[in-house]
Design a protein around this ligand. Sequence first.
Ligand code: ADE
Length: 230
Amino acid sequence: MRFHIMTLFPEIFHSYMNESIMKRAVEKETIEVFVYNIREFSNNKHKKVDDYPFGGGAGMLMTPQPIYDTYKHIIETHNIKNSRVIYLTPKGEVHNQEIATSMSKEEDIILLCGHYEGIDQRIIDLIVTDEISIGDYVLTGGELPALILIDSISRLIPGVLNQNESFEEESFKDNLLEYPHYTRPREFMNLEVPEVLLSGNHKKIEEWRKEESLKVTKERRPDLYKKACK
Ligand code: ADE
């Protein structure tokens, strides 16, 4: 899988992709990450990338030319015929595990990080295929949301996680939140590990975990619980 990121702040990505599981995935070439500085594609002699909104109003907008030329450069240099182009915006569809799973099957994903008050609508009309939000709050830019997308997608690509890091049993599988986990010691600060987990009875353990998953999902996420019971 190749991620192509259009941003005004490339350094943010270099540091994150150079740590932990992401670093390993890049080294193994399971994922490739290409970062493009939109400013470098500006035709303006001062490399300007923003301007005032027509019709007035607060703040600046990212102008279309540098973004469009960055996009053209990406698809031409990588010979991309058909790729999802994701614009990170609080106006988008709220990200979830299902979206991450569907995106993990793509060969190329192009991400567009906005700044200031947003981008010219014509860029959205011309090149964007998906508008995605990471939650109902507003951030200063699309870089953190893009990293969240990349992380959530990458860990679903075969070979990125090892066996111990498996995602077979985790939150959002079958719309359920995860059951509680315990490790050594058996007693900590007078709190004991639930007896059933020490029983060696795998069927009972599985039943207990399912019940705990249902309980926590019902309490915290009635919206998911409804889907899980369907
Ligand atoms: N840019 C600013 N806020 C955002 C959000 N919540 N999700 C995605 N992109 C954003």
